[in-house]
Write a protein that binds this ligand. Sequence first.
Ligand code: ZN
Length: 458
Amino acid sequence: MAKTLIENGWVIPMNQRNLTIPGGAVAIENDRIVAVGESAAVRKNFKPDRTVDAHGKAVLPGLINTHTHLAGGFNKATTEDAKRATGGSFKRAIPLQEDFVKSDDLYFPGMVHGIEMLKTGTTTINEMWWYMPEPARIVKDLGIRAVVAGVVREMNTGKITPGKFDREWLPDLAKQNLDEAEALIQEWEGACDGRITTRVAPDGPDRARPEVLAKCGELARKYGVGLHTHCASVPAEQGFMEHNYGKRAVPMLKELGLLGPDMMAAHCVFVNDEEIELLKSSGTKMSHTAYLVGKRAYFPPMEKFYGSGIDISLGSDWASNDLWKTMRAAILLARVQSGNIELIDAWDVLSLATVGGAKGLGMEKDLGTLEAGKKADIIMVDLETAWCNPIRRENVITNLVYNANGSDVTHVWVNGESVVADKRLLTMDEKEMFREAQKVADRVWHEARGLFGDRATA
Ligand SMILES: [Zn+2]
């Protein structure tokens, strides 16, 4: 650690619209950024122990992914084309997780999912899943920054079926999940030099009874941590809520005291104008999972969201965790949906993935921009590629958003630690993780082969 100088790059601090500093530098001392500016000016007052040449590369804040499931390593490319008539991804991905993946199976496939995030430039994730603390162990070993939350559910969520309004509630499971969520907070809040913090994650408004959802809020308040939930994710959720409570997802969360600035609501696809207003007036944050929901052929009413003043950030959910794909989906699908080319531009979408994520998680004092005093979560992206050339100051940001790929990320620092250099993961043997993950996935997929129908993998 100590003193590192990244110099001679296209520095994009993300604190001023479209600002790009050619020949720019970022000075890091231990876990903090201490200076940002033109290389010559920064060098005058900074004596580095080590320098990194960023010539031909963009230097920007690490990306922030506000809705993830590391367990999704088992779901990669297994559900994208699942037919709706047979229940779509919900009748394959969720039953696979509920009925076949065990806690001990999670580490290696989850690690591969995490490696994808880190190597494509994501430095902070907002992770929720059951089987805690396995995802927290992955985060610790991988070296990414994370908010981890124990999911609280009261049913086998693989049994959710559109048009089916009864639920077999499992109070013992809810109690176990609440206990695990509390143990996670006690053990992991502030762990790894503050790199890991915690939240509580009610799985969704229809996946536990209201009294259990309310307990999630009580638990979060007891420890002063935030909340994270799926919200208005699928048509079946609203159908269930209306049929059983005469109340849709967002008003129910409001009534239970779960909305507020500490709540990150993922998806928010099936919402009406009043519900957007409720999210706004309560200060609730949105994780826009543009690439994931695009695969499912639906999309939140983004013209209304962007006009609402709600703090919006980007989430991958699972299956693919390259936020560059999510950025591109966020911009293109919103334009197609609205017919409005001016709705959101490259700067806006890069802001969602950086500043937006930091604000969404209440971490904007430490993350989201390159400024002196902030945490040194920094990425470098290769611009010396056929798909980003030729370059000038005015097209660096547009090149990044429309043309660069996650695989163009060359260097990643988290908390001042170099974790990826020259596209090589430094915290562990990547290939070894692939081999171990393959073994586990082969076994679990074989056990679950009945779920895959004519596309059986084993
Ligand atoms: Zn999710």
